[in-house]
Design a protein around this ligand. Structure first.
Ligand code: HEC
Length: 133
């Protein structure tokens, strides 16, 4: 920053511009801070959590997509406890489950871990999956 240049921004030729650059950088940081705290918001109902965390791959209703299998018709494979364990470590869990291991090979991305979510949120998500058709 000794050149007075914000990367990807205009060079700061004088004090006035330097101040403007600092203000700009400050508001960018503020905006980033806000979006980070949004991303770490794990509150909400099971359906809300599912929309925020899972729908991008499994679709809003859990019918699945090219990125993830359908969650419909899967109830017989799961309990609340096993789903919570799965969400904490999907890849480790699938390694011990032949059905999941085979199914996982059809998708380019692995099922992500949700170990950063509190237990209560994982239980809400598990209940939501178990309530699917
Ligand atoms: C990046 C895409 C992606 C996201 C986001 C994602 N999943 Fe998955 N999910 C997958 C893939 C891929 C598999 C298949 C893994 C396998 O079969 O080994 C999978 C498998 C599953 C399964 C096992 C399905 C079965 O056949 O029994 C469950 C349950 C599941 N996901 C729930 C969730 C929940 C709940 C969330 C949100 C907290 C979520 N997933 C978010 C990609 C995703």
């Amino acid at each position: 920053m000794s050149q007075g240049v914000v990367p990807g921004s205009v060079p700061c030729y004088n004090d006035a511009m330097r101040t403007a650059c600092l203000v700009l950088a400050g508001s960018l940081l503020l905006a980033l801070g806000f979006s980070c705290s949004d991303a770490a918001d794990y509150s909400g109902t099971g359906p809300e959590l599912f929309q925020n965390q899972c729908a991008s791959c499994h679709m809003g209703d859990g019918a699945g997509s090219q990125l993830a299998p359908p969650l419909h018709g899967k109830k017989s494979h799961w309990t609340r406890e096993s789903l919570v364990a799965y969400l904490r470590d999907p890849v480790g869990y699938a390694a011990k489950d032949p059905r999941l291991r085979t199914q996982g090979q059809k998708f380019s991305l692995a099922m992500p871990t949700y170990k950063m979510l509190p237990q209560s949120a994982l239980e809400l998500l598990a209940d939501h999956v178990l309530a699917m058709p």
